[in-house]
Design a protein around this ligand. Structure first.
Ligand code: NAD
Ligand code: GDD
Length: 334
């Protein structure tokens, strides 16, 4: 058996699609990209890649996906922004089947390295009550009080990776992503995260001439947002480095949601009246990434400025919006 295939699970999704492009650009020739969605719904379908539609909650499909595979990148999960994860806790938890079955199949197939995409949602809620949050250190995940549903699944799957390493010798790497944004991701439909949602709402205001915007919460909650290029660089360094424990992969540029809206308004050259929807899904009050550990392990941390990454994201969503709805005033049905 010559195990030299690289598997990207969730390759039809936002980060998975970019990862396949990145691996191709790095010269890897045997890449398998697997997603449960039909090809028409993939954000990117790359040529020269073994693209397959498979439900990776099923063990048999994980066996098929990991055949001849040396390395697995697991980016597959049923997830979305806070609006989705607060309303779909059971669906989020069922992603545990994906990581569990992928690990089992990877072990059987003799996979050498296994990457799992965890989340900042594993962190203890008590550490995220103040918008002026102290950046989260990896140790802050315990004692465990993660985001209900989605966060518990991520924390459990992190530990599954740890024990597969300890008991079965499979090298695992775990990154805790902090809110990732960029082109070729979800920008409408309910799963979108704040950066894409705010872009879409500003574009709608611009196109319709109705210069107002609905913001979830009071706008004072804080987050850090990581541009996709930083995410890819970080994954590469973590996978190829000696990183024996879960590590933060996130920007440390903390902003309020109001400041995020300021940035998009500036990019769009527009000022909007802000309407705050206080009963909308809000998540934690504050979240930022402490990057001491990633600097220690790989000598690097994310650095793309939010303003720069948002300009590229806005431009891509603008094109998508106009292609789908047109740019005339009638195109206001979103
Ligand atoms: P995404 O939703 O764009 O991609 C996930 C992909 O997984 C989707 O295309 C989906 O169809 C696929 N998938 C779901 N169930 C599947 C199944 N049963 N079998 C096969 N494929 C299945 O999300 P993303 O933003 O690209 O996130 C990738 C990973 O990173 C996920 O594990 C996510 O939890 C994690 N993460 C993302 C962020 C972020 O801000 N984007 C933050 C923290 C963690
Ligand atoms: N989605 C969204 N849409 N959020 C909005 C909006 C809007 O129109 N307006 C304001 N917000 C606020 C939300 O209320 C929340 O307080 C903040 O923006 C960030 O929301 P999201 O980007 O949806 O999610 P999150 O940061 O709370 O959690 C996300 O990041 C985690 C990793 O850091 C989720 O995507 C998780 O799945 C992910 O693991």
């Amino acid at each position: 058996m010559s195990n030299d295939v690289i598997l990207v699970a969730g390759g039809g999704g936002f980060i998975g699609g970019h990862l396949v492009a990145d691996l191709k650009a790095k010269g890897f020739e045997r890449i398998r990209s697997v997603d449960v969605k039909p090809f028409d719904d993939w954000y990117q379908v790359h040529e020269g890649v073994d693209n397959r539609v498979l439900d990776l909650q099923e063990l048999e499909n994980c066996r098929e996906a990991t055949r001849d595979v040396a390395r697995v990148y697991n980016l597959a999960a049923d997830m979305g922004g806070i609006g989705f994860i607060e309303m779909n806790k059971a669906l989020c938890m069922l992603s545990v089947l994906i990581n569990t079955h992928l690990l089992m199949a990877a072990r059987e197939a003799g996979v050498e390295k296994f990457f799992f995409s965890s989340s900042a949602c594993v962190y203890n809620a008590d550490k995220q009550r103040d918008p002026r949050v102290v950046p989260l250190k990896e140790a802050d995940a315990y004692p465990a009080m993660p985001e209900d549903g989605y966060g518990w699944e991520k924390l459990f799957s992190e530990r599954m990776c740890r024990h597969f390493t300890e008991d079965f010798g499979i090298a695992t790497r775990v990154a805790r992503f902090h809110n990732v944004y960029g082109p070729h991701g979800t920008w409408e439909g309910g799963r979108e995260k704040a950066p894409a949602a705010i872009c879409r709402k500003v574009i709608l205001a611009k196109v319709s001439g109705r210069h107002e915007i609905e913001i979830w919460g009071d706008g004072l909650q804080t987050r850090s947002f990581m541009y996709i290029d930083d995410c890819l660089e970080g994954v590469d360094r973590i996978v190829n480095g000696e990183v024996p424990e879960p590590v933060n992969l996130g920007s440390s540029e903390l902003v309020t949601i109001n400041e995020l809206v300021d940035i998009v308004e500036e990019i769009a050259d527009l000022k909007l009246q802000r309407n705050y929807k206080l009963d909308a899904p809000k998540g934690v009050n504050g979240r930022n990434s402490d990057n001491d550990l990633i600097r220690e392990y790989v000598g690097w941390e994310p650095s793309v400025r939010l303003r720069d990454g948002m300009a590229k994201t806005y431009a891509w969503i603008w094109d998508e919006y106009v292609a789908k709805y047109g740019a005339g005033k009638a195109a206001t049905t979103v």
